[in-house]
Design a protein around this ligand. Structure first.
Ligand code: PEP
Ligand code: MG
Length: 593
């Protein structure tokens, strides 16, 4: 059996290669860069919950049964996880779950817990006492392999304990000093709750660069690395590390030299950012006089003001579904109205695009009780869910339209795949508008499904604007799940297949006389911003911390060069070739990296 963290057998996928230009002395674990920046600090494993157990319990027979049931259920979970990871990421990455199953299958440990129950302890208390004691002993051993098992034992012990304890949701489980967070994966709602002052960086075993976790990390300006594989979870709390969000690696036990260079990199990035920040209100006009609008993506009412302060010329995407996460009931009309009104007022006359609910895919809202799906990204998601739950859709539209009388609100529908959906969404919006008797607002759609690109000429006749969602468009065009731990690195929005989709969309829009924006992650990528602009995208909507830098990049180049390079990029073979081309063509502008 492969040992967690040990070398993978030859026929299994090797751990991700460390980028050749990175030179660290410490132990480098490679993942995918999800949010830029470098940080140095102690590691901390993210825990969603606190587990509480009573010490004693009156009925030992019932406690014996509870313990056995919990052990059986945890073993079943691990078998499922093993199978799932094995399918998604290969045997080497799944091995950890197999190893965890074996750790659980330890008759001596189980017998010790049962003996404590016989002495009047509760099942949870007994189990915790036994596994914590063993993990403690293992952690003391000099053999690093055995010491490493302590983390595994704590992990698997906790998995069982969760079934025996009272679980309280909390994020207060963070220590009182800043840390680099490690997690198996984070849900968008977990990431949205993080306090950026206490989180120096994020590193997840799973996930992808366009996952919503990555998107939130970028908006909070926290360096992040995703898809680093389960071995990152073997690292103990408190261990020193560098999280290199630009290089896409976590470096455990960095040397003095590593720390020095990471600190230098931080200073350099800080200086560049400060220079960009000072110019953030200047428009993005290329050296040959072409203007590109740069707006911000937000997901929370309080971010509207930050978007304006960061130099955003509008909000190109408000992800309204974030108002629906982390709660037990959907926000009612008044609550939503208050949220939208707050944002519209904060924009102070600048336009804001409110996207209607895009629930589904990786944004799960349990209280809606939608049936589980085998393929949620291809399921009842976005506008499709709004048609299933027209009550939610109408309430949201009422709130948006009421807020629209206070400023330039545009409404945008996500996941439109075919013209009939747009027709239906527009009809419902119009009915709600008449009920409220408010003036019409500009309507637009996300272009993020390949069929919408192919039907863009027809769709363009029906709306005022398009906004290209490169995150989803990339996953649907390349048939690579945006969260997939193995495929995600290849699912780069600069792939020529995606760029050709952009070209086609812009052409259809041009013929119909409407404008095209882009609000996926690629719009905030230095090379991506230039290529999209070169393809005729008029508005780039990016994470708040990227607004000033995207403006600065555009001011440094000529549109004619961007157009020429974009045309060449359409003929490249893959995203890597596109990136190399941009580096080469814009070497004077620092290669746009
Ligand atoms: C996109 O798909 O590119 C997009 C901007 O929407 P989201 O990331 O919220 O799916
Ligand atoms: Mg999308």
């Amino acid at each position: 059996e492969p040992v967690p963290g040990g070398p993978a057998p030859a026929e299994e996928p090797a751990p991700r290669a460390v980028p050749a230009d990175l030179d660290y002395d410490g132990r480098v674990i490679a993942g995918i860069s999800a949010s830029p920046g470098v940080s140095i600090g102690p590691l901390w494993k993210f825990q969603r919950e606190e587990l509480t157990v009573a010490e004693t319990a009156p009925d030992p027979e019932a406690q014996h049964r509870r313990l056995d049931q919990a052990l059986a259920a945890a073993a079943a979970d691990l078998r499922n996880l093993h199978e799932e990871f094995w399918k998604k990421a290969g045997a080497a990455k799944a091995a950890i779950f197999k190893a965890h199953q074996e750790l659980l299958d330890d008759p001596e440990m189980v017998a010790e817990a049962h003996a404590l129950i016989d002495r009047g302890k509760s099942a949870g208390w007994a189990w915790r006492a036994v596994y914590e004691e063993r993990a403690g002993t293992l952690a003391q051993l000099a053999d690093p392999l055995l010491a490493g098992r302590a983390a595994d034992l704590s992990d698997v012990g906790r998995r069982v304990l969760r079934l025996l304890a009272v679980v309280t949701e909390s994020v207060a489980a963070l220590p009182d000093h800043p840390v680099i967070l490690l997690a198996e994966d984070l849900e968008p709602s977990d990431t949205a709750k993080l306090d950026p002052a206490r989180v120096l960086g994020l590193c997840t075993a799973g996930g992808g660069a366009t996952s919503h976790t990555a998107i939130i990390a970028r908006s909070l300006d926290i360096p992040a690395v995703v898809a680093a594989g389960p071995s990152v979870l073997d690292l103990e709390n408190g261990r020193a590390a560098i999280l290199d969000g630009d290089g896409g690696v976590l470096v455990a036990d960095p040397s003095e030299r590593d720390r020095g260079r990471a600190a230098e990199a931080r200073v350099k990035v800080g200086e560049r950012r400060e220079a960009e920040r000072l110019d953030r209100y200047k428009p993005a006009i290329t050296t040959d006089g072409k203007r590109v609008e740069v707006a911000a993506n937000i997901s929370d009412p309080a971010e509207a003001v930050q978007a304006v302060e960061a130099g955003g010329e509008g909000v190109g995407l408000m992800r309204t579904e974030f108002l629906f996460l982390q709660r037990d009931l959907p926000p009612d009309e008044e609550e939503q109205f208050a949220a939208y009104q707050t944002m519209v007022r904060a924009m102070n006359g600048l336009p804001i695009i409110l996207r209607t609910l895009d629930i589904g895919g990786d944004k799960n809202v349990p209280y809606l009780r939608m049936p589980a799906e085998g393929n949620p990204f291809l399921g009842v998601r976005g506008i499709r869910l709004c048609f299933e739950r027209e009550d939610l859709f109408r309430t949201q539209l009422r709130a948006m339209l009421r807020a629209s009388v206070e400023g330039p609100v545009r409404i945008m529908y996500p996941m439109i795949a075919v013209p009939a959906e747009l027709e239906r969404a527009k009809a419902i919006t119009e009915a709600v508008r008449r009920e409220l008797n408010v003036p019409p607002v500009e309507l637009g759609i996300m272009i993020e499904v390949p069929s919408a690109v192919m039907m863009a000429d027809r769709l363009a006749r029906e709306v005022s604007f398009f906004s290209i969602g490169t995150n989803d468009l990339t996953q649907y065009v390349l048939a690579m799940d945006r969260l997939h731990p193995v495929l995600a690195p290849q699912a780069d929005g600069l792939h020529p297949a995606v760029l050709r989709m952009v070209e086609r969309t812009v052409e259809a829009a041009r013929r119909a006389g409407i404008w095209v924006g882009a609000c996926g992650g690629v719009a905030g990528d230095p090379a991506g911003a230039v290529l999209l602009a070169g393809l005729g995208v008029a508005e780039l909507s990016v994470a708040i911390p990227a607004v000033a830098s995207v403006k600065a990049r555009l001011r440094a180049i000529a549109m004619a060069d961007a157009e020429r390079t974009a045309r060449e990029a359409l003929d490249c073979a893959d995203a890597a070739e596109v990136r190399a081309l941009v580096r080469h063509r814009f070497a004077d502008a620092g290669g746009l990296s």
